[in-house]
Design a protein around this ligand. Structure first.
Ligand code: NAD
Length: 501
């Protein structure tokens, strides 16, 4: 078995150099399927973090001046390399995160699409023009890079979430410092290697590993222009407040509690499968996981029965090198215990637990089966707090209005879905539900690269969202130019075309 002294130290990357510095402090990376330590990650000091920002600053002027089509060409090559290493990347995500290989493939695919989106950046950087906005005066806007950009990412999408940021920021002419989750730094390192192989000049992309000390240095560093964050709400709010106080542009995506409304006319079989996929996919560790089912009217009893029997048959087990499982482990033993503790909270609060995921699993993986908690009231902790594990709370409501009210009283606002055959109910839901991403008969309404990831309320702090053209706007600043040329006595031109026709 690997011990603290025999496992690899995860390298950091700056100014085109991979470094395995012995850091005074380090964190542990586990394989959640086996519970074994697989690497140690250095936790950078403020001085080490500052050096990485300096490397990104040093590379900025040349990269910002590199023509947009040449920058995009690097992204085309990166896309080609990612596609060639697709299976390797998926296996790496599964190894350090624990999600199933099918889920890892889906994650890598979503990340790849962000690179494809970034390949079209020259078109998206085009400005607007209006000739003759005043007599003899032309107006135009251009988009310029903002400078050194920072990405701080969570553990639940080790490959996709860094790729929500890196390709667009870089293609727009910025340089980038990534601070990946210290729980899953290996996928980020592999992406860095592929970016290097794709021909990205030294210093344009950099990786620093760390925790609060490192993050606080990035948040306050005078050479950092913009910060993209994805993680829990408490930290997202902190990042937004400290970053903006220090004059940076910040987009900070936080936690979530996503509602799945099942109307009495919904197809029971299809709804159960969609609910289970939404609640238990990635072992519930998705910011778009459906974690509260709101059953409207008479569908509640059959829905709970069917859900328990369907999810109760899930094959739960280690995922690393093993495709024959429906659900893998959660990220850490402590996280598994925290998630499981909500099943006790549920009973204390007066809810029932018709499916309890606590079982004696073989091996040392961080496993927990799917759970269903029934008769949850909207004010209970089970309905209000992000559990981030395979626990689905069922709230019973007697009307669509009552279901909408459940959403209105929840502090988050990432996603919500309705299952129905009734167009009017779907339309009302789409228009009135208190969340930024809506699904109609879709369990996980996560937008793809070309559309923004529009979390609301405590699920997002900032203005411009991640993904889509909003991300191009986040990573650029506009310059507006008014131009007037004076006619000299030597100039002689004919009248404008329209005067001569
Ligand atoms: P987290 O907030 O614990 O960590 C996210 C990042 O912040 C990590 O890089 C971590 O090192 C850093 N960090 C942690 N504590 C810090 C502190 N005190 N000061 C400064 N930096 C700190 O989140 P996590 O547990 O890694 O990820 C899960 C969370 O991310 C869930 O809440 C999930 O909903 C959320 N998430 C949101 C989205 C979204 O788009 N809204 C997407 C994915 C994940």
């Amino acid at each position: 078995m690997a011990t603290a002294t025999t496992v690899d130290v995860v390298p950091s990357f700056s100014a085109g150099q991979w470094r395995r510095d012995a850091s005074a402090r380090s964190g542990e990376v586990f394989n959640p399927s086996t519970g074994k330590l697989i690497a140690r990650v250095p936790l950078a000091t403020a001085a080490e973090t500052g050096a990485v920002v300096r490397a990104a600053k040093a590379a900025l002027a040349d990269w910002a001046e590199t023509p947009a089509v040449e920058r995009a060409r690097v992204m085309f090559q990166f896309r080609h390399l990612m596609a060639a290493k697709f299976e390797e990347l998926a296996a790496l995500v599964t190894r350090e995160h624990g999600k199933t290989l099918a889920e890892s493939r889906a994650e890598v695919q979503r990340g790849l699409e962000m690179v494809e989106f970034a390949c079209s950046v020259p078109t998206m950087l085009m400005g607007d023009t209006l000739p003759n906005i005043a007599g003899g005066v032309d107006a135009e806007t251009n988009r310029h890079p903002v400078g050194v950009c920072v990405g701080i990412t969570p553990y639940n999408f080790p490959c996709m979430v860094p790729l929500w940021m890196i390709p667009v920021a870089i293609a727009c002419g910025n340089t980038f410092v990534l601070k990946p989750s210290e729980k899953v730094p290996l996928s980020a390192v592999r992406l860095g290697e592929l970016l290097e192989e794709a021909g990205l000049p030294a210093g344009v992309f950099n990786i620093v590993h760390g925790d609060k000390e490192c993050v606080d240095t990035l948040l306050t560093h005078p050479d950092v222009a913009a910060i993209s964050f994805v993680g829990s709400t408490a930290i997202a709010k902190y990042i937004y407040e400290v970053g903006t106080k220090h004059g940076k542009r910040v987009q900070a995506a936080g936690g979530a509690k996503n509602h799945l409304i099942i109307m009495p006319d919904a197809d029971l079989d299809q709804s159960v499968k969609a609910l289970a996929a939404s609640a238990y996919g990635c072992a519930g560790q998705r910011c778009m996981a459906g974690s509260v089912a709101v059953a409207v009217g008479k569908i509640a009893d059959p829905l709970v029965d069917e859900l328990c029997s369907y999810a109760g048959n899930f094959k739960v087990g280690p995922t690393d090198g093993n495709e024959a499982v429906d659900m893998g482990p959660v990220i850490r033993a402590e996280h598994r215990d925290r998630v499981a503790s909500y099943l006790d909270v549920a009973k204390q609060e007066g809810a029932t637990v018709p499916l309890d995921g606590r079982r004696d699993f073989a091996g040392d993986g961080f496993l927990l089966g799917p759970s269903v908690v029934d008769r949850v009231e909207p004010k209970m902790r089970l309905a209000q707090e992000e559990i981030f594990g395979p626990v689905l709370s069922v709230v019973r409501a007697d009307s669509l209005d009552a279901a909408l009210e459940v959403g209105r009283n929840c502090p988050y606002g990432n996603g919500a879905s309705i299952f129905t055959r009734d167009g009017y109910a779907a339309r009302e839901f789409k228009h009135r539900f208190n969340a930024g991403m809506i699904g109609i008969n879709v369990g996980v309404p996560a937008p793809m690269a070309w559309f923004p990831f529009t979390g609301w309320n405590q699920s997002f702090f900032g203005d411009l969202h991640i993904q889509g053209t909003e991300s191009v706007h986040f990573y650029t600043r506009q310059k507006m130019t008014l131009t007037r040329w004076f006619k000299s006595s030597a100039d002689s031109f004919q009248d404008p075309v329209w005067k001569t026709v």
